[in-house]
Design a protein around this ligand. Structure first.
Ligand SMILES: NC(=O)c1ccc[n+]([C@@H]2O[C@H](COP(=O)([O-])OP(=O)(O)OC[C@H]3O[C@@H](n4cnc5c(N)ncnc54)[C@H](OP(=O)(O)O)[C@@H]3O)[C@@H](O)[C@H]2O)c1
Length: 350
């Protein structure tokens, strides 16, 4: 932590607005570059792109060679989707990568891509680490909760969120909100868009030292009981507006790890799908452990906007990777998970 690490921010979307602010605010990290995926962002100040009032003097570019020539210690990689070729190039060039972009262990990308990324990282002497809130940090919390137990039988983690304030986000596209109930192929499309949660199961298993026989997934839908006029994503009555999604790790025919996500665009759903808004972790063991995560804004509630609420979600997605940078830079080369890192902590900015 005594060393100041040189960081590049890769894209400037929702999560990046929080990761870039954090990099700029920290004394132990220095922003030395910014990659733009959108052509119209090239040449613009990174801080301005992240809606900060003051420019930071780092201009966004799509010149990857020029960014690598800056010899960064780490890239904060937050595009909408990961690009395996691009990641391979960055790792082979010796740059550590922390990412929120649909990557934790690489299982969900397929064995060939996973092997390529691990080999590139080893060849470059770099580490690749993925997290986020869920999947990601939530599984770390689950693993830590088991540290109280003399025996663990099952861990269940519930994420329950009214996602209507995220309705227009691109990463919501794959869930098929507003599709007719019973639409053929809908559940498989959801599986394809959410498969990174399987990585969450694998990561938790690795951290706990469990060998899984299988990871299964279960998808359930509810319909809106009235038209939902959501910005960027109107949903008609009778179409899909509630999603119940489980990724389950199985050993000897028993479900031992259960990542349960419930996302709703409305509270008027049929069949009913109550959502509590938050995270709850249950360890079935000795003793039984329940961990409830409470998240509140650090500003007066009367000044809170929908964008502020959305920002909390992006903060808890982005900070697990920014706060891991020092540990990832020091970690062994290859794909690494929380099992390879020191306890992640947030900064006292003083
Ligand atoms: N695990 C978690 O808890 C969690 C939670 C939320 C999000 N995430 C993940 O974090 C990542 C970033 O999310 P976000 O909400 O910040 O995304 P976003 O704002 O929609 O997109 C991020 C950036 O990706 C670039 N981009 C846009 N379309 C793209 C495409 N088709 N292919 C590749 N890049 C594209 C753009 O870069 P420019 O800015 O350069 O134009 C955009 O600003 C996503 O992979 C998301 O799934 C994880």
């Amino acid at each position: 932590m005594n060393q100041t690490l040189r960081v590049i921010q890769w894209t400037t979307g929702n999560v990046a607005r929080k990761t870039l602010r954090s990099v700029l605010a920290r004394r132990d990290l220095e922003l030395v570059g910014c990659y733009a995926w959108s052509a119209d962002k090239v040449g613009q100040d990174a801080a301005t792109l992240c809606r900060l009032d003051e420019p930071c003097g780092v201009l966004a570019t799509n010149d990857v060679e020029a960014l690598l020539a800056v010899a960064p210690d780490c890239i904060v990689y937050t595009p909408l989707h990961p690009d395996v070729d691009e990641l391979e190039r960055l790792l082979r060039a010796g740059v550590n990568v922390v990412t929120t972009a649909e990557f934790l262990t690489g299982h969900s990308l397929g064995q060939a891509a996973r092997t390529r990324l691990d080999a590139a990282a080893v060849a470059g002497g770099a580490s690749l680490f993925g997290s986020g809130m869920n999947p990601g940090f939530a599984q770390l919390l689950g693993a830590v909760a088991t540290g109280l137990c003399s025996e663990v039988r099952k861990i269940t983690m519930h994420e329950s969120v009214d996602v209507s304030s995220f309705a227009s986000d691109s990463n919501m596209d794959g869930m098929g909100w507003g599709r007719p109930m019973g639409d053929p192929g809908h559940a498989d499309d959801v599986r394809a868009a959410s498969v990174v949660f399987a990585d969450g199961v694998h990561m938790l298993a690795t951290t706990l030292g469990i060998e899984l026989d299988e990871v299964a997934s279960h998808v359930g839908f509810s319909a809106a009981t009235k038209d939902l006029d959501l910005p960027g994503r109107p949903i008609a009555a009778g179409t899909m507006a509630g999603l119940d999604l489980r990724y389950v790790g199985i050993v000897d025919g028993k479900e031992v790890l259960d990542l349960h996500q419930r996302w709703v665009m409305s509270h008027q759903l049929e069949p009913p799908m109550p959502a509590d808004h938050g995270y709850k972790i249950e360890v079935d063991g000795s003793p039984q452990v329940t961990l409830t995560l409470g998240l509140m804004p650090d500003q007066p509630l009367e000044t809170l906007t929908v964008e502020d609420m959305h920002g909390i979600g992006m903060t808890i997605t982005g900070m697990p990777v920014v706060n891991a940078i020092h540990g990832v830079v020091a970690a062994r080369p290859g794909i690494v998970t929380y099992a390879d890192l020191p306890i992640p902590t947030g900064p006292f900015l003083g």
